[in-house]
Design a protein around this ligand. Sequence first.
Ligand code: A2P
Length: 341
Amino acid sequence: MSRNPVVAVCGATGAVGREMLKILEERDFPYSEIIPMASARSIGIKIPFKDTELSVVELTEDSFDGVDLALFSAGGSTSEKFAPIAAKAGCVVVDNSSAWRMDDNCPLVVPEVNPHDLDWHKGIIANPNCSTIQMMLALKPIHDEARVKRVVVSTYQAVSGTGHKAIEELENQVRRLMSGQPVVADVYPHQIAFNCLPQIDVFMENGYTKEEMKMVNETMKIMGDKSIKVTATCVRVPVFYGHSESLNIETEEKLTADDVRALLAKFPGVTVEDYPEKKSYPMPINAAGENDTFIGRIREDETIANGINMWVVSDNIRKGAALNTIQIAETLIARDLLRVP
Ligand code: A2P
């Protein structure tokens, strides 16, 4: 492409959409125009961008003429409907919803892990689930060195992953509880303030939630290896920004904790923070607003021959969503793949 792309941000008024705009600004992403799109409710809302203001327009079937790249974060049903319309109009879609992730025609990409999968895109590229993305950064260097056989993961996920209404719900519940008033739960099935909910997304027939099965299935697709076994328990916790994960990883070959620290320290997008003597380990309050995924508490599992435990924390709205989406777009541009074949 000889000129800079026209970029649409679909879902621009949401938690992830606003972060996308911030990151486009921060990273000096090349563009000739940026068009924020949302539902009819948001027409005309002004969003500050660089030294100007962008005005939100309605996302409709005719929105994509002349648009080269659309970054979607407006919910699954919006992506399901509008992503194919955009691709048909010649606009490459990077979609943050779960609508297209397991579609065989759509690559599912973490740029540090499987950028080569972008080579076969047909117009729609899927951004993985937030919990999967940060786990991929931890697993990839270990898998390349010692083959990951099985992972047991428990997540501690922030409310921002559910969107801006969930952020407000936690704020309101904390305020009401501190002033002795009863709480109202709209977004979540139970009170989230001062609580933990062992349910993220809906339950499936096998007793797991959809979120847990996303971690199982998306891992195999991103790593290009159906033999990696993942079993997950996903928990929503009263944290605003930053997902945490406890990983227990079993490998084919033996790795020491020092081996794992060295492998992770070299991997792009990862910062090892593992100084227990200084009480220094990753925490969501520190990861919020950062681009890297932070890994600490790296220990050998003393109950099996080849096992490692670790604690992985990342900003779910940045690396888990907006940043990964924009890194996919940057990789498309770098590889001259920003066109619908
Ligand atoms: P709107 O603010 O106009 O409802 P979050 O994930 O933080 O809840 O944000 C969801 C984003 O998706 C918002 O920008 C929202 O816009 C947008 N959105 C939701 N439904 C639609 C729709 N049918 N068409 C376009 N944008 C939508």
